[in-house]
Design a protein around this ligand. Structure first.
Ligand code: SF4
Length: 410
């Protein structure tokens, strides 16, 4: 039996070297890790080998974390990116009833709300004035939404701030928009693109396994529908993120199968910009209170999922993001040592995780991100949504000579 790691052993893993830990690993697991480190390609791992990594404990888990960190440095260097953005959750009224969601409300509840198009436009203007390059728009699904409401949101924002990148609408919202309009999926997505949709969040994925999905939300779109929306979006030239929610009713085998499915889609379309593991925040959810989920991820699971993603998605999805709202700042830093390279967005107004019981706050300023990243000995850089442009905002004089060289050529 592998020994159980203490929290402080886990927290100290960034100080370990590959040469120091590799001799203590199970032979087969070490061989898997070495193969990926050598080829920088996770497609060389079989399903069985991937399961072994996902189930690693003790020294094997430390080995996985260290290998992911080495691979991260090889594939993305020492730059940690972030995007200056604002969340706009335009309504919390929703009929879907996901059991892991503490954000949604019935239409008659006292604290339900629905922002007008003008209020959303004003939020976008304000964000632009504060330096945001992106608005991230998602909301609940209220009954009786005007047929073309999602398109009209895009028009309102683009009219107000033409330069703003709009990252909007989960695959669940897209399915709802298709239902409201009766349009074919590809036509509907193309219409949104032509009205200003830049990219689509790959949320509503949770765990892409219908049995687990049924536990989480009986009314949510199916795995096949999620995949169809994403593939069609990519084919329409709309890039998306990809996500996975962990720490509830799923097992490590689900993580592996989802990451392999995302790889398969990426091989076909190349449309994913990043992968974002989302730790389940259990406190205020029905899922937890009905005994259907564990109490969110353990420290080991948080680190393992980020490391596993770096290994399994190597050569396919290059950017692994930490969701700081769900992790808190210190744990985010640890996950950035376990294979991740992106801090996500400043957000300005995070609501969804906060309602579920997360306490990391609603906003991290660009300066805070920069300090947290410098504290880790890495190089902070602001990026746009698709990672096609990055800006080092700190004077090169603040870096070591080696870092300054990397920053200069970034
Ligand atoms: S996760 Fe989204 S779709 Fe599900 S209940 Fe919450 S707001 Fe509605």
């Amino acid at each position: 039996m592998p020994r159980e790691l203490t929290a402080s052993e886990l927290e100290r893993f960034p100080a370990l070297d590959w040469s120091e830990i590799s001799g203590r690993l199970t032979h087969s697991l070490r061989a898997s890790l070495e193969r990926v480190l050598e080829t920088q390609d996770g497609s060389h791992l079989s399903l069985e080998e991937s399961y072994e990594l996902a189930n690693s404990e003790g020294d094997d888990l430390l080995g996985l974390l260290v290998a992911a960190n080495v691979l991260r440095a090889d594939l993305t260097g020492n730059i940690v990116t972030y995007v200056v953005n604002r969340n706009i959750n335009f309504t919390n009224i929703c009929f879907v009833g996901c059991k892991f969601c503490a954000f949604s409300r019935g239409p008659r509840e006292a604290d339900s709300y629905f922002l007008t198009l003008e209020q959303m436009a004003e939020k976008a203007r304000e964000a632009w004035r504060m330096g945001a390059t992106e608005v991230c728009i998602q909301g609940g699904l209220p009954h009786g939404l005007p047929k073309f409401h999602y398109r009209d949101i895009l028009r309102a924002i683009k009219n107000a701030v033409p330069g703003m990148h709009i990252h909007a609408f989960s695959p669940m919202e897209i399915v709802y928009g298709v239902e409201l309009t009766g349009m074919p999926l590809a036509d509907y997505l193309s219409m949104l693109r032509d009205n200003g949709l830049g990219t689509l969040p790959g949320t509503a994925a949770e765990i892409l396994d219908d049995e687990i999905r049924h536990i989480l939300s009986a009314n949510k779109l199916s795995t096949a529908q999620w995949v169809e929306v994403i593939r069609t979006a990519h084919r329409c030239g709309i890039r998306t993120t990809s996500t996975l929610m962990y720490g509830h009713a799923e097992t490590p085998a689900h993580w592996v199968r989802q990451m392999r499915l995302l790889r398969e889609i990426q091989d076909e379309t190349g449309g994913f910009t990043e992968f974002v593991p989302l730790g389940f925040v259990h406190q205020n959810t029905i899922l937890f209170h009905q005994g259907l989920a564990r109490t969110g991820p353990t420290l080991g699971e948080h680190l393992k999922v980020h490391a596993l993603a770096r290994l399994l998605l190597a050569g396919s999805v290059n950017n692994i993001q930490v969701s700081w709202v769900k992790l808190n700042r210190k744990l985010s830093q640890l996950c950035l040592h376990a294979g991740a390279n992106d801090y996500g967005g400043t957000l300005m107004e995070e609501n969804i995780s906060r309602e579920a019981g997360a306490t990391a706050g609603q906003y991290t300023s660009p300066e805070d991100f920069q300090s947290l990243i410098l504290e880790m000995g890495r190089i902070p850089a602001e990026r746009n949504t698709t990672y096609s442009r990055i800006h080092i905002r700190r004077p090169l004089a603040e870096f070591t000579a080696e870092q300054a060289l990397e920053a200069e050529f970034a």
